[in-house]
Design a protein around this ligand. Sequence first.
Ligand SMILES: Nc1ncnc2c1ncn2[C@@H]1O[C@H](COP(=O)(O)OP(=O)(O)OP(=O)(O)O)[C@@H](O)[C@H]1O
Ligand SMILES: [Mg+2]
Length: 279
Amino acid sequence: MQVIALVNQKGGVGKTTVALGLASTAWVRELDCLVIDIDPQGNATTGLGIWNPRFSVDHALAEERAGAIKGLRVTSGWPTQRGRLPSVVAATASLAGREPQLMTDPIGANNRLATALNGVSHDIVIIDCPPSLGLLTINGLFAADRALIVTEPGAWASDGVNEILRTVDRISARRSEPLAVAGIAINRLGRTRDARYWHQQLCTNHGDLVLGTIQLRAAVAEAAARSMPIHALGSRPGAAAAATEFDSLFDHIFDPRVGGSNANDSTTDIGKNEVPHDL
Ligand SMILES: Nc1ncnc2c1ncn2[C@@H]1O[C@H](COP(=O)(O)OP(=O)(O)OP(=O)(O)O)[C@@H](O)[C@H]1O
Ligand SMILES: [Mg+2]
């Protein structure tokens, strides 16, 4: 199982959009993908077609219980008959109150999500983090094998990347297994001179880490807004090109043997949306 957390303390750079794009690639390739939404905004949750979930990641963070994720997964509500629908652990607004509560844990509450993932098996797990480096994101990073930094080619993006790299190093030093950096995904690359300048800055400063670029395209925003996988937007202008970019990014992140094992514990999926897999 390969677990990545999508991070950037800056808001609106496209963490959720990239999470959904990668899940869409997994969907079309019929891989067993779990998306965990740990952002109280719940954008990945609605982008995956889940509304008003009864079960959420908040239940996993509320207590320290190994394998807690197993009872919280629902199947994406993407309106499609093809592919293999991702599993989702949804976020709810109640998550916003969890962070201050976690801070009161005298032993520290960095790894509740990691504990909750114990014994859970999927081909890939994608964790969509909120725009902060608070305890929710820290839980995401403790649960992941690798951090994928998502950024846009905007002002001072390289400084933001440096700050995340330092955070990843500090977390890695506190874990039994190191936390690696999967790389950087540059999202929302537009055609302006400004975008090209900041893109160039990122490539100059962190070129060895840059895995791929996703262009700014209306179809990408539309897919999320319509709770559809980008690969299912058909002939919508830009959709196929965007899907190809997500496929390429996926191939740079995940081991090509992903999905080869077919070993997973979620073969008992029984329905859409509100139905936990394990009931
Ligand atoms: N490649 C793209 N092309 C067009 N629009 C995009 C692209 N990537 C993201 N967007 C749009 O930009 C906005 C912010 O994207 P998104 O919500 O994915 O960012 P985020 O980093 O997850 O934000 P937050 O930090 O609030 O969680 C959304 O409206 C999204 O539809
Ligand atoms: Mg987001």
